[in-house]
Write a protein that binds this ligand. Structure first.
Ligand SMILES: [Cu+2]
Length: 133
């Protein structure tokens, strides 16, 4: 399918610009190429801590996605006691004391989906998805 030469040239120029931008970003995150030695990526992707706020009737945000090695910190600051209790075998290690005010954190190392609730208010639920970067 022949195209007008000018349009094709403009498209090629645009593609070159996009490719240059992408490769510029890619050099900051070599992991996107998928050919790096193991360990390279994690060094460029330091562990993070994500805060979940415990409100009086909900965890906020209720659903989060993190990377293996990341820590979730629950921040309790209310008038009622709440806690974090895992649901199911995979979430066995998730079991905080009850807090009205306080902080509790847990580091997730294995990929998977971790569901939890507040043992006092079972309608308060949350899910943490640990996904390989
Ligand atoms: Cu509660």
């Amino acid at each position: 399918m022949p195209r007008p030469r000018r349009a094709a040239t403009a498209a090629a120029a645009g593609f070159t610009l996009v490719a240059a931008l992408l490769s510029g970003c890619g050099s900051d995150d070599a992991g996107t190429s998928g050919t790096d030695a193991p360990g390279t990526h994690s060094q460029q992707d330091p562990e993070a801590t994500v805060t979940v706020f415990v409100e009086e009737d909900a965890f906020s945000p209720a659903e989060i996605t993190i990377k293996p090695g990341d820590t979730v910190a629950w921040h309790f600051d209310g008038d009622l006691p709440h806690g974090v209790q895992g649901i199911g075998d995979k979430s066995m290690g998730l079991n905080s004391p009850l807090f009205e005010v306080g902080d509790w954190s847990y580091t997730f190392t294995a990929p998977g989906e971790y569901r939890y609730l507040c043992p006092i208010h079972p309608d308060m639920r949350g899910t943490i998805t640990v996904a390989e970067a």
